[in-house]
Design a protein around this ligand. Structure first.
Ligand SMILES: Nc1ncnc2c1ncn2[C@@H]1O[C@H](COP(=O)(O)OP(=O)(O)O)[C@@H](O)[C@H]1O
Ligand SMILES: [Mg+2]
Length: 441
């Protein structure tokens, strides 16, 4: 018996339907030999559903393949992004560690280190990050107020309250060596948490330069002060020497020379009476009148040097006498305005003011090219004596720094040595006004 089987796929049409079958049909033909009779058994199975399923399976395979493709593309993209991220992180880490700035990330409350970079480890002389991070801010500071842990935390609080801080700090290395740093503190969210970001800069060199500059400046300042003081002392000595010399010459003129002149005149008068010869009498008269003139001259010289008024009647009277003298000698009309209440008690101050007014009036005579001047003496509310000499003459450039003659210079120095100040107001063509403000003793 031979059994043959064949399978065939066929598209069939249903007999009752006008419409063709949408699915596939299958005919299974079995050839069977039995007793020389060939029989064909056909089993027809409707496989339309299966075909349908196969089709949708093929379709979904297609979809799966597309999905798998896009998934692998997404994975490749993710890998690329990860690689890039890693590269960037590496780059930032390198920058973070290679920068010359030392950076530390600190806990906002405790101040303990969350992260530090390599330069910070090197700057503080530690051998590893871990070793440094185990220390507190106080350990890295001088630990003498104000450079203490407490103050550092106080500054942290200010930063947290919204005001970033930049300040100088005395830092301490692992070996105990102290050095100056400048710290900039700011608040920054790092990995979702608020942190204090500290940038620390070694400013030892800057501090050294600043100290050297300050020392040089102080040195210069001291030298200028010393020079000024010695100049002032010199000017005071000079004026004092002038006054002493005047007094000495006045004494000689008064005590010795005038005595001699008077004695000689008396002797000559005696001679004239004893020898009334006409010729001799004439000669003696001439000698006597010359001697009289000499006596007058010494008297006035004496007055110039040490005006008796100043010592006997006081400053106000002496100034009035000076005004008369200026008119007589130089034709300068001086208007004196002075109140008796301005009279200084100190003899030195009286003499100084008198000499100052005389020097200023002589300047008017010499430089102003006018015939009038004004000298005023008054007491201000702050109980200071104001001495002012004013003219409407030629004037001069009296800007600060413009060199003046010794007269005004020594006047200024003397005024300052009395605790006062001298002020010059003048400009070419605008007249001159010199004021001395002196404390009233
Ligand atoms: N009243 C004045 N009017 C115009 N110029 C003046 C007057 N006082 C001073 N000066 C100017 O200031 C300069 C300095 O005066 P001073 O120090 O007294 O020196 P000196 O009188 O020896 O020249 C004078 O040379 C003159 O040019
Ligand atoms: Mg002068």
């Amino acid at each position: 018996m031979r059994l043959d089987r064949a399978k065939a796929n066929a598209r069939l049409k249903k007999s009752d339907s006008s419409r063709a079958l949408s699915g596939h049909g299958a005919i299974e033909t079995e050839l069977r030999a039995s007793k020389k009779q060939l029989r064909t058994t056909s089993v027809i199975r409707d496989v339309a559903k299966r075909k349908q399923m196969e089709k949708s399976l093929r379709k979904s395979e297609h979809v799966h393949k597309a999905m798998a493709d896009s998934l692998s593309r997404a994975i490749a993209e993710k890998d690329r992004l990860l690689r890039e991220l890693r590269n960037r992180e590496q780059m930032y880490r390198e920058i973070y560690n290679a920068t010359s700035e030392t950076i530390a990330v600190e806990d906002t409350l405790t101040g303990s280190f969350v992260e530090v970079n390599e330069p910070m480890v090197r700057m503080y002389g530690y051998s590893s990050k871990e070793e440094l991070m185990a220390r507190s801010i106080g350990d890295l500071s001088e630990a003498i107020p104000p450079y203490t842990q407490e103050n550092a935390l106080r500054l942290h609080a200010l930063v947290m309250a919204g005001s970033p801080q930049v300040f100088e700090w005395m830092a301490k290395k692992k070996n105990g060596e102290l050095f100056n740093v400048e710290v900039s503190l700011s608040c920054s969210p790092i990995r979702g948490e608020n942190r204090i970001l500290a940038v620390v800069r070694d400013i030892t060199e800057r501090k050294r330069a600043e100290t050297a500059l300050r020392e040089a400046h102080d040195n210069l300042d001291r030298k200028v002060k010393e020079r000024t003081a010695s100049l002032r002392a010199l000017a005071t000595q000079l004026v004092q020497a002038e006054e002493n010399e005047r007094q000495r010459i006045a004494n000689i003129l008064h005590e010795d020379l005038q005595q001699m002149l008077t004695g000689t005149r008396l002797m000559l008068r005696d001679l004239r009476e004893r020898h009334p010869k006409e010729d001799a009498k004439h000669l003696v008269d001439r000698v006597m009148s010359t001697l009289e003139a000499a006596t007058q001259l010494t008297r006035s010289l004496c007055c110039d040097l040490r005006p008796p008024m100043l010592y006997e009647a006081g400053l106000v009277a002496a100034l009035k006498w000076l005004a008369d003298d200026m008119k007589k000698k130089f034709g300068l009309a001086v208007q004196v305005r002075a109140d008796e209440s301005c009279e200084p008690e100190s003899k030195e101050l009286r003499v100084f003011i008198f000499e100052a007014v005389r020097a200023l009036l002589l300047n008017v005579v010499k430089h102003a090219d006018v015939k009038r001047a004004q000298a005023t003496l008054s007491v201000t509310e702050g109980n200071r004596i104001h001495v002012q000499v004013k003219d409407r003459g030629k004037g001069f450039d009296a800007l600060p720094g413009t060199p003046s003659g010794f007269g005004l210079f020594s006047l200024r120095e003397r005024t300052e040595s009395f605790g006062g100040e001298l002020n010059i107001r003048s400009a070419p063509g605008k007249g001159t006004c010199v004021t001395l403000a002196l404390p009233k003793p």
